[in-house]
Ligand binder design. Structure first.
Ligand code: FAD
Length: 425
């Protein structure tokens, strides 16, 4: 929320200089998966402006394969101007503050943008600084993370550097994007070390702050078998609170608040993640800082000309798969709102996580993120590890992403699901 002084300054600036004041019918903040997909669809219907300071758009699901040495960073990114829809105006700036009661935002450069309708798509952000010692640790050859484009390419060097000892993988106490990824990189590490003839010298440990291995029982049961076969030790309710890179030690807090230190030769950290600070301190956010929307219509609970999509929202699953399933709903409801009609489209909770269990195997988890019930596309048991699902993860889904999703032509596999299941959803 702007202070009165800031507000007066911004309004003053708006009146004094038309250069720094813009108006658009639809403003989208954030050009990640949600923002870009929304721009591609809604840019055809409204005079649309999109705001994002980034040079590149990333296909983040590939970060896991980059960490495992199976893909390069170049495979997961494209220059932003290459993926930006042509009929949309891109302002390469970062949002600084939102004033939804007055229908404007202000950028870090002081540009005021007024809008008729707003879509927030600013994602969720890893905070490496929130764990003492982690940032220093990430500069050493023993600590890595697939959770940023800066750190993911270094993970394979951390794997190559491994000699013998504990290889520890963590899962934090906050919400994160793609909650399956922290264990996918553990499974890739298991296979990498086997191929390098070092697996017998490694004790792989998966420490999660959570109370379960995976949130959907059907897939959790399958994953417990995978960890057993791979002889991976799982410690539930172990939250990473400190890294001591000088003595290669990681400190975990257990549910009863007692602490345990573990030495490591390799440490993969999934850091705590938070919504964008500029969103969290605005009146768009609920108490935890996420945009407070109705999870079915994606419309803001207080400001009816505001919608949100993706990881910045409260209560929506945090995957690109969920974003895809929301895109059609968002587009329909934004159009309905612009016409003053009732919002009829509703998100069905679909999300998916292709759980890479090795260099050639994958369990394709597809489920309802609200009820944790499976919502599978294929007419076979998807809890089984399959090579075909690995090909889907590695080659087919990324092609769908670049050729269809970011062009607004992919809203999830629901049509295929109905076809495969002879009309039953
Ligand atoms: C390692 C990893 C593995 C994953 N694996 C999978 C998977 O297998 N399957 C799957 O479906 N999903 C996966 N995901 C999750 C998926 O990538 C995200 O859920 C998805 O990208 C969310 O889209 P979004 O638009 O909400 O956020 P993002 O795509 O993160 O986009 C946020 C955008 O906001 C912009 N932004 C930031 N600050 C500002 C600002 N101040 N002003 C304006 N714009 C700003 C950023 O530049 C960015 O472009 C994975 C993610 C990671 C990191």
């Amino acid at each position: 929320m702007l202070s009165k002084v800031q507000l007066a300054r911004h309004i003053g600036r708006r009146c004094l200089s038309s250069e720094s004041t813009k108006h658009c019918q639809l403003l989208i903040v954030g050009a990640g998966s949600g923002g870009l997909g929304a721009a591609a669809i809604l840019g055809k219907k409204f005079k649309t402006t999109i705001l994002d300071p980034a040079d590149h758009h990333y296909y983040q699901p590939y970060f896991t394969l980059v960490g495992g040495g199976l893909k390069s960073l170049d495979d997961c990114r494209k220059p932003m101007e290459q993926v930006m829809p042509t009929n949309v105006k891109w302002i390469k700036e970062a949002v600084d503050s939102f004033d939804p009661s007055q229908n404007f935002i202000v950028t870090k450069n002081g540009t005021t943008i007024k809008y008729d309708m707003l879509v927030v798509a600013t994602g969720i952000h890893p905070d490496f600084s929130s764990i003492p010692g982690l940032e220093e640790g990430l500069k050493t050859p023993n600590v890595g993370s697939i959770y940023s484009p800066e750190t993911a390419p270094r993970m394979i060097e951390v794997l190559k550097n491994f000699k013998a000892g504990n290889a520890i993988f963590t899962f934090p106490a906050t919400q994160i994007k793609c909650p399956g990824a922290p264990q996918k990189i553990a499974y890739l590490t298991d296979e990498f070390l086997s191929k390098a003839d070092k697996r017998e010298d490694a004790k792989i440990i998966y420490n999660t702050a959570g109370g379960v291995l995976f949130g959907v029982k059907k897939y959790a049961d399958a994953l417990w078998k995978v960890v057993e076969e791979k002889e991976i030790i799982v410690n539930l309710q172990h939250n990473l609170v400190r890294v001591r890179p000088d003595i290669r030690e990681a400190v975990f807090e257990r549910a009863d608040k007692t602490r345990v230190s573990m030495s490591y030769e390799l440490l993969h950290v999934t850091p705590p993640m938070y919504p964008l600070r500029e969103v969290a301190r605005s009146s768009l956010a609920e108490a935890t800082g996420f945009v407070d929307i109705d999870k079915l219509t994606l419309q803001h609970k207080k400001f009816d000309n505001v919608f949100a999509i993706g990881d910045c929202t409260n209560g929506l699953p945090k995957t690109a798969a969920a974003v895809a399933a929301c895109l059609g709903v968002l587009a329909d409801n934004v159009v309905s709102r612009s016409r003053g009609e009732e919002l009829k489209a509703a998100y069905n909770g679909y999300t998916s996580c292709p759980l890479t269990t090795g260099f050639e195997n994958c369990i394709l988890a597809e489920f309802n993120g609200f009820t944790s019930e499976p919502m599978e596309t294929f007419p076979f048991n998807q809890a089984k590890e399959r090579r075909s699902m690995y090909v889907l993860k590695k080659d087919i889904i990324p092609a769908i992403y670049w050729k269809l999703f970011v062009k607004g032509r992919w809203t999830g596999p629901s049509t295929f699901r109905r076809l495969m299941r002879l009309g039953f959803s």
